[in-house]
Design a protein around this ligand. Structure first.
Ligand code: MN
Length: 190
């Protein structure tokens, strides 16, 4: 089943173009390997700059803070620290969180799009199992990654690893990596 939300996420692009047109060869039919869900990566200039990877799982945005951002070369990995779930509506948030509030600083929608699991299981099951193989179809991130939980879940800040997998797709260069995919703005302009 393809959700209508997938289309609305695409329609957020300011120029109105769909985002799936240059995904690359053979990512398969969207319905072949699993249902589409939304993802977003927000670049967040908080006390420390980081990227927040958020995957729609069971009606919320499961979230990881990735200090160095997602790896783009097969075999590379990055630390991804589990942080609080966010509501789905937060996926389109871009702006400034005022000083004194949680996450104070500037938030940019750095990438967004759909994801699907590459294995035949539900996202909730994969999340609970601590191993999520997924295919991102965003504007900057296209291809296969895996999240692997590194320890039993803790009350806070459970460490995961985000690994880039080989996927046979064209390299997904983060073109325009310092601009928002929804507004085209830089941090300075937000
Ligand atoms: Mn953050």
């Amino acid at each position: 089943m393809i959700r209508a939300r997938s289309q609305s996420a695409r329609s957020l692009r300011p120029d109105g173009k769909p985002t799936a047109e240059s995904v690359g060869p053979d990512t398969g039919s969207p319905t072949a390997a699993g249902e589409l869900h939304r993802f977003v990566i927000q670049k967040h200039a908080a006390r420390r700059l980081h990227y927040d990877l958020r995957l729609e799982i069971d009606g919320v945005l499961k979230s990881w803070a990735v200090p160095k951002g997602p790896p783009f070369v097969a075999g590379q990995k990055a630390l991804a620290i589990e942080v609080e779930d966010h509501p789905l509506a937060y996926a389109s948030f871009e702006g400034v969180i005022p000083a004194g509030h949680y996450g104070a600083g500037t938030v940019m929608v750095w990438d967004q799009g759909d994801y699907q699991l590459t294995a035949d299981q539900s996202p909730g099951h994969a999340w609970r199992a601590g191993k999520i193989h997924f295919l991102l179809r965003g504007e900057k991130c296209r291809g296969a990654w895996t999240l692997v939980r590194m320890s039993p879940r803790q009350a806070k800040h459970t460490p995961w690893l985000l690994l880039k997998n080989r996927d046979g797709l064209q390299p997904a260069l983060p073109a325009g990596e310092d601009r928002s995919v929804i507004s085209g703005r830089t941090f300075g302009e937000i």
